[in-house]
Design a binder for this molecule. Structure first.
Ligand SMILES: [Zn+2]
Ligand SMILES: [Zn+2]
Length: 363
């Protein structure tokens, strides 16, 4: 006989809270959908669920403590109750995984929706509230979401007697079990409509335009997806709405190149500025430009780091940096006066520039 205390890793005098905590932890680890392709995970998950089913119920726990043999049938006679159990522990559908026990009721939910939010690079750096307008299925107001034409009423489905589901026997690894299957006559609604509502044509839902303001967090990138639980399409009466996914598209900014959380800005200074030093305006992603000191004798390729001048971090605190990549703009064409000055400078430095004027232009 299995030792349920050992399976959950708790002492035999563990209290209800401790048992619940241990179950929560182990169930997340071993949930079949978290371990695809690993059949032993499913077996472990069932053991853990079974152990919890027994130890969380004072009557069953007492029988187990007395050493009585508990039949599987006692425990899993109703898969629905285990789903309810998971739902109550992890919040409505909050397991984050598919439902391993195939509950039909939970699959009847509203539609998940995907909308795109376009933001500038500056908005992506610090976050922004974006108002989104999108079309989403809503309860039809003409028929009050019954699907029946005004003045008529839906009738109870004759096949499932209004239950929305029919019982079928299924052979499983735990023995033969009675499970519920969605009624295919009424598609799980439990009722049928003889005269459909003219607005929704019996679908109970109509597409309506919705507005929602969504907080786009700092640090998003193109392709980042936000999930807003329950903000998707309405489902059939009595079911939960779907989720809204917001996919972000970040526009490029000609002033900056993004490298993870850092931004790069290319800055060109003149020859005399590189030699003697200067102050240059450098754009910042989220405010007024700053004045950057370019020291005397700055070499081409020098990179100056401006701490926290980059993007906000999506999954953490702080910000990336701004990297200013300095190049030196060597003029390709000179006036006679400029050339004379450069030649004088070269002579003073004992350099040997090519003779003759503007050789390039003569070619
Ligand atoms: Zn039915
Ligand atoms: Zn309607």
């Amino acid at each position: 006989m299995k030792d349920y205390y050992q399976i959950l890793g708790v002492a035999s005098d563990a209290g209800p809270d401790e048992i619940k905590r241990a179950f929560r932890h182990l169930a997340r680890e071993t949930h079949p959908d978290a371990n695809p392709g690993d059949p032993s995970a499913e077996a472990r998950f069932r053991d853990i669920a079974e152990a919890y089913e027994v130890l969380s119920d004072p009557a069953k726990r007492a029988r187990f403590d007395r050493g009585e043999t508990l039949e599987f049938g006692d425990l899993f006679s109703n898969f629905g109750s285990l789903n309810d159990l998971l739902g109550s522990l992890f919040g409505g559908g909050g397991f984050g995984f598919g439902d391993p026990f195939g509950s039909q009721a939970q699959q009847r939910a509203g539609q998940d929706l995907l909308v795109t939010a376009e933001v500038t690079l500056a908005e992506a750096a610090v976050g922004v509230d974006r108002q989104l307008t999108f079309s989403a299925p809503q309860a039809c107001s003409t028929c009050g979401a019954s699907g029946a034409a005004p003045g008529t009423n839906p009738e109870a489905c004759s096949r499932c007697r209004g239950q929305g589901a029919v019982q079928v026997s299924r052979r499983t690894m735990l023995g033969t079990m009675a499970t519920l299957q969605t009624c295919d006559h009424c598609h799980g609604r439990g009722e049928v409509v003889s005269e459909p509502c003219p607005t929704c044509r019996g679908a109970q839902l109509v597409d309506e335009s919705r507005e929602l303001t969504v907080g786009i967090p700092p640090g998003v990138n193109t392709g980042s997806r936000l999930r807003l639980r329950g903000e998707g399409g309405a489902g059939p009466a009595g079911t939960r709405p779907g989720d809204l996914y917001v996919e972000v598209a970040v526009a490029s900014d000609p002033r900056f190149e993004r490298d993870g959380d850092d931004l790069w800005h290319r800055l060109a200074v003149g020859v005399s500025e590189a030699i003697l030093g200067t102050q240059v305006e450098v754009p910042l992603i989220d405010g007024e430009p700053m004045m950057l000191d370019v020291p005397r004798g700055t070499q081409p390729g020098t990179v100056v780091r401006v701490p926290r001048g980059g993007m906000g971090r999506l999954n953490g605190r702080g910000r990336g940096d701004l990297m200013v990549d300095i190049s030196v703009d060597i003029p390709a064409k000179l006036t006679a006066e400029e050339e004379e000055a450069v030649r004088r400078f070269g002579a003073l430095r004992s350099e040997a520039p090519a003779e003759g004027r503007s050789r390039r232009r003569r070619r």
